[in-house]
Design a protein around this ligand. Structure first.
Ligand SMILES: O=c1ccn([C@@H]2O[C@H](COP(=O)(O)O)[C@@H](O)[C@H]2O)c(=O)[nH]1
Length: 236
C-alpha cells in the first residue's frame, strides 16, 4: 500500500472522478466513499485498480457482526487495498469484519488492510459528550476505540491528526493512523472540526493522510496535490 496522500474522490459519478484524475500522470492512492460507490458500485473500484491506483474503499460498515462479516466477504473480491468499519460497532463486529475479509480473499492473495473509524473528524468533544453521552475527553474516546480495534486484530484506525501520537504510543508504530481533516494553513475547515495541516500530520504521527476538498475543489488540483505531497514527504 502506498504512503502518498490519499485523495478522497467525493464525486457524484465516475465520469467526474475520471475527468478529475486525467491531468495526474502518476499512480495515486485514492479513496472511494459512499457518494461515488453508491452510484457506481463495484466497477468503480475495478476500474481505478486497472488504472494503477491504490484504493481505499471508505464505506464505514456498522451493523450486527454477521451482516458486516458477510458484507466484507463480498468486498474482499473487489480488489480494494484498504477498507473500514466503525469501531463503535464493537469488538465482535470488528472481528467478524476481519474474518469475513479473510474468508473472501482468494487463496494466495493478501487480504486488504482493514481499519476502524474512532470518532469522525467532524465531531467535536462537546458534541460527543452531549449527543453520544460519552463523558470523557475526545482523546480518551479515540484512544479507547483504537485499543479496542487492536484487540480485534485490525490494522489500524481512522482518527484525527490530534490523536495520532497518543494512538502510536498506545498501539505501536505499525498500527495505521489514517487521518482525514487535512487542510492547508489558509484553507476553509468546512464541516470538519479536528483539522491539521499535512506538515503537522507528519510531525504528530499520522501514518497516512486523506485529503478531499483541498485538492478536488482547487483551481489547479495537480499543483495543490504536489504541494501537499512535498509537505508530507519532506517531514518524514
Ligand atoms: O472521520 C472521518 C472519516 C472519513 N472522512 C472522509 O475523508 C474525506 C475528507 O474530505 P475533506 O474534503 O478533505 O474534508 C471525506 O471523504 C470523508 O468522508 C472524514 O472526513 N472524517
Amino acid at each position: 500500500m502506498k504512503n502518498s496522500p490519499i485523495i478522497a474522490l467525493d464525486f457524484a459519478n465516475a465520469s467526474d472522478a475520471y475527468q478529475f484524475l486525467t491531468p495526474f500522470d502518476q499512480s495515486l492512492f485514492v479513496k472511494v466513499g459512499m457518494e461515488l460507490y453508491l452510484q457506481e458500485g463495484p466497477s468503480i473500484v475495478n476500474r481505478l485498480k486497472e488504472m494503477g491506483h491504490d484504493v481505499f474503499l471508505d464505506l464505514k460498515l456498522h451493523d450486527i457482526p454477521n451482516t458486516v462479516g458477510q458484507a466484507m466477504k463480498g468486498l474482499a473480491r473487489l480488489g480494494a487495498d484498504l477498507v473500514n468499519v466503525h469501531a463503535a460497532g464493537g469488538a465482535a463486529m470488528m472481528i467478524a469484519a476481519r474474518e469475513g475479509l479473510e474468508a473472501g480473499t482468494a487463496a494466495g492473495n493478501n487480504r486488504p488492510s482493514i481499519i476502524a473509524v474512532t470518532q469522525l473528524t467532524s465531531t467535536s468533544e462537546s458534541q460527543m459528550q452531549q449527543e453520544q453521552l460519552i463523558q470523557r475527553t475526545i482523546d480518551e474516546s479515540v484512544v479507547h476505540y483504537a485499543e479496542l480495534t487492536k484487540t480485534a486484530a485490525l490494522d489500524g484506525v481512522v482518527c484525527s491528526v490530534l490523536e495520532a501520537r497518543k494512538i502510536k504510543d498506545a498501539c505501536g508504530h505499525e498500527f495505521l493512523r489514517v487521518t482525514p481533516g487535512i487542510r492547508l494553513a489558509e484553507g476553509e475547515a468546512h464541516d470538519q472540526v479536528r483539522v491539521a495541516t499535512p506538515t503537522n500530520a507528519r510531525i504528530l504521527g499520522s501514518s497516512h493522510i486523506v485529503v478531499g476538498r483541498a485538492i478536488t475543489k482547487a483551481k489547479n488540483p495537480v499543483q495543490v496535490y504536489e504541494t501537499i505531497l512535498k509537505m508530507w514527504e519532506e517531514n518524514a
